[in-house]
Design a protein around this ligand. Sequence first.
Ligand SMILES: [Zn+2]
Length: 77
Amino acid sequence: MTQLTSERDTTTDGAVEFRLTAADRCDSCGAQAYISAQVNGSELLFCAHHGRKYEEKLRSIATEWHDESSRLLEATN
Ligand SMILES: [Zn+2]
């Protein structure tokens, strides 16, 4: 039903490196983290919900923004 591209059939050579696991939890609510941000040398983890919520604020100060929330789209259904 979704229109996701099928280019990423091989998970090992994808453009996005998925490195967050079920052990990584959102700093705000404790849900599984799908977004990480590097701020002042430390890594902040957020679920998709809080990642979106804080993205605007954090983008300006984060030196790195890592978003794996696309995994949620694939995992659903
Ligand atoms: Zn959260």
